[in-house]
Design a protein around this ligand. Structure first.
Ligand code: C5P
Length: 292
């Protein structure tokens, strides 16, 4: 195979909600959110090559769970079919998904995979006529978290997740991610949530250091954390383990869980924490943010 024939590749990064306020509920049952989303260096990988039909091959440590649950795999194939129809494209694609992010874990892995599939196949099919706005429209039909995963840049999420505004300027920081190995159902967490709504957060234009950002974020919350903890008690243990790590400035659950994150000023602190947090059955990652 020559260099030019190499499959096209896109990374699908983990989306982390630094805080998440439930601010209302639509008539269709979807919840209105206010959230600050960032992206971690941790990622799945999608590749695609020209083919007559659409196909999806799964590899990686979490591929087996996907074959059982099928959600993210379906999302990738749904994204491919949507773009095919939108672009009026007759050809297919041989897609491969290397699944390294845990499934149903609050870090938007399936949404990131779907968004990466849209970006990847637009390139493969030279579907330049499908501009950013149309691509964002397709993303929104695939799921509430898919639009923010298209640009993979830190963003303030509103609406049910699809209304995106620029994030405040973020300080340099490093992250650990810990998942206890229990899949958590997003609809179940929303259903189990205590009733009531919160106001959207009042954020500054930016933070120059992690200490200032952590102080502000500490006053905010992930409103889904108590319900997720009730459904998945190991989250309590995970958060306590992250907080105990030297240099941890903030520990919180992302999305509807169960993955929790810790924020650190220095890379060596995050990497040391990731090493110290390793346990059988836990997925642990440490490193920088992506796309800020
Ligand atoms: O849009 P997505 O398929 O990711 O959402 C999964 C489920 O999570 C929805 O069916 C809904 O029950 C819940 N959800 C919600 N409000 C949101 C996002 C998701 O109630 N903003």
């Amino acid at each position: 195979m020559t260099g030019q024939e190499r499959p096209l590749l896109e990374r699908a990064h983990a989306k982390i909600n630094l805080y998440l306020h439930v601010v209302g509920r639509r008539d269709d049952g979807y919840h209105r959110l206010d959230s600050l989303a960032v992206f971690a260096g941790a990622h799945d990988v999608l590749t695609a090559e020209p083919a007559q039909a659409l196909s999806l091959g799964l590899t990686g440590p979490f591929a087996a769970g996907l074959r059982d649950e099928d959600t993210a795999a379906n999302l990738v194939m749904r994204a491919a079919r949507l773009l095919q129809a939108e672009a009026g494209h007759g050809a297919g694609a041989a897609i491969r998904l290397e699944k390294t992010l845990p499934i149903a874990s609050g870090i938007g892995g399936g949404s990131a995979d779907a968004a990466a599939a849209l970006r990847l196949l637009r390139r493969l099919w030279n579907a330049d006529g499908v501009d950013e706005a149309r691509l964002a429209g397709l993303a929104a039909t695939l799921g509430a978290d898919v639009p923010v995963c298209l640009p993979q840049r830190a963003a303030r999420m509103g609406g049910i997740g699809e209304e995106l505004r620029p994030a405040p300027v973020l300080p340099d920081c490093f992250m650990v991610l810990v998942n206890c190995g229990v899949a958590v159902s997003t609809p179940a967490v929303f259903r189990a949530r205590a009733p009531g709504f919160r106001a959207p957060a009042d954020l500054p234009a930016g933070w120059t250091d992690l200490g200032a950002m952590a102080d502000d974020l500490t006053r905010l919350a992930n409103d889904l954390e108590p319900a997720a903890m009730a459904l998945c008690p190991p989250i309590v243990e995970v958060l306590a383990a992250i907080v105990a790590q030297s240099g941890c400035r903030l520990a919180r659950m992302s999305g509807s869980g169960a993955t929790c994150f810790g924020l650190f000023t220095a890379e060596h602190e995050a990497l040391d924490a990731a090493r110290a947090l390793a346990r059988p059955g836990w997925w642990v990652w440490g490193g920088p943010l992506a796309g800020t």
